[in-house]
Structures are given as structure tokens and as C-alpha cells.
Design a protein around this ligand. Structure first.
Ligand SMILES: Nc1ncnc2c1ncn2[C@@H]1O[C@H](COP(=O)(O)OP(=O)(O)OP(=O)(O)O)[C@@H](O)[C@H]1O
Ligand SMILES: [Mg+2]
Length: 196
């Protein structure tokens, strides 16, 4: 699903609400059986840890950890042993072509490489849904296209839903469902013909 709309219309706010980081005053949000508006903080945390992945505009990797350590975090948070978490992190990094960069720190890689690590990390916990807020917004055209293709492919082969804010109309029209927002409201919500 692609979310489009002018700056300030509420796209990022909607993603924060979907993630349970802010609670909506009205309406219902249900993710993997959890009612995000009424669930307690612990349940929301578990839902985020087990059912969600996140990719932001600028990787938001932890600067003090290597790329491999960053990618492995979601599994370590779930209690997977470090050795196993890192083995699986390496496998995701390989899928994205960044397996050589495991020992580098975020400050030592390019923007595109850092976004690839963010994509790898977002999928580590086998989430039900990945929330992405302009995941390629900070990359140049070629790089953006490549990272986006990887994000689309990796979610598609796993059957993971992807909810993505994008300014790129080409990306939006390629989505199965496109939501356009203005002034904090959904103005149009269209399923692509292939979904009907
Ligand atoms: N923490 C906050 N406290 C108060 N108002 C906020 C806060 N965060 C965002 N807003 C306001 O809420 C509105 C929606 O902001 P939001 O960040 O969701 O927009 P956006 O659609 O993501 O814009 P952009 O395309 O520029 O990222 C804006 O008017 C913004 O100023
Ligand atoms: Mg935003």
C-alpha cells in the first residue's frame, strides 16, 4: 500500500499511529489481532517486536553498532541467541548484497548501503507488516530504484504487507492499493485493478 499526499498532511503521523507510538483519538487500528488504540503498552511493544518492521527515510541505524549488529537486533530482542541471530542477519545481508559490510559502522557506509541494512533489519523478525516512511527519499534516483526494488521483492516473496509513504508517483501507481491524504484525512483509497 502506498500513502501519498502533500507535506504536513499526516502521512508520518498515520504510520506512528499504526505502530502504536501515538494513540488515535478515534477509529480502530488492528494489527495482527491487536487493537492498537485500546491495547496496553506491553501488548503494543510485543506487537511491534513480533509483527512489525520499520524503514525510515534515513536508515536510523544505531551508530555505535556494526551493520551486522544493527541487522541482528530484532532477533536478539526476541531472545534468539546472538550466534543464531547474527547467522540469520548475515543471510539477509547477503540477499541484499551487503554481506561484506557486516563489520562496518553506519558512518562508514554509503546512504544506499545503510538503507539496505535498514531493509534487512526490518525483515529480521518475519513481520506481518513493514511500515516504511519514504524509505528511499534520501537516495539518488538509481540507488533509490534499486533499494526500493529490493524492499518490494523481499516483502513480496515473504508475503509481508508493506505500507509505504512515498512522494514518487511511479511507485505509488505500482502499489496494489493507493491512499491519498490531505489535511489529515484520507481523500481517496483505491485498489489497483489487479486486486479486484
Ligand atoms: N509531535 C508533533 N506535535 C504536534 N504536531 C505535530 C507533531 N508531529 C507532526 N505534527 C503536525 O502534524 C501534521 C502532520 O505531520 P506529519 O509529520 O504526519 O506530515 P507528513 O505528511 O508526514 O509530512 P512530510 O511529507 O513533510 O513528511 C503537521 O501539521 C505537523 O506539523
Ligand atoms: Mg512525513
Amino acid at each position: 500500500m502506498a500513502i501519498t499526499g502533500p507535506s504536513g498532511c499526516g502521512k508520518s503521523t498515520l504510520l506512528l499511529a499504526l505502530a502504536g507510538i501515538i494513540r488515535p483519538d478515534q477509529g480502530e487500528i488492528r494489527i495482527a489481532g491487536t487493537n492498537v488504540r485500546t491495547a496496553d503498552d506491553d501488548a503494543i511493544c510485543v506487537m511491534r517486536r513480533d509483527a512489525m518492521g520499520f524503514v525510515f527515510q534515513l536508515g536510523e541505524l544505531i551508530a555505535e553498532l556494526t551493520l551486522l549488529e544493527n541487522v541482528a537486533i530484532p532477533l536478539e530482542l526476541k531472545g534468539v541467541r546472538r550466534h543464531e541471530a547474527r547467522r540469520r542477519a548475515r543471510s539477509h545481508m547477503k540477499e541484499l548484497g551487503i554481506e561484506e559490510l557486516g563489520n562496518r559502522f553506519p558512518g562508514e557506509v554509503s546512504g544506499g548501503q545503510s538503507q539496505r541494512a535498514a531493509v534487512a533489519r526490518a525483515l529480521m523478525n518475519d513481520p506481518v507488516v513493514v511500515l516504511a516512511d519514504e524509505p528511499t527519499g534520501a537516495l539518488d534516483g538509481d540507488n533509490a530504484r534499486r533499494v526500493l526494488d529490493q524492499l518490494l521483492t523481499m516483502t513480496a516473496i515473504r508475503g509481508t504487507s508493506l505500507v509505504m509513504v512515498t512522494h514518487d508517483q511511479n511507485v505509488a501507481v505500482a502499489a496494489d492499493r493507493q491512499i491519498h491524504m490531505a489535511d489529515g484525512c484520507v481523500r481517496s483509497d483505491g485498489l489497483a485493478a489487479k486486486c479486484l
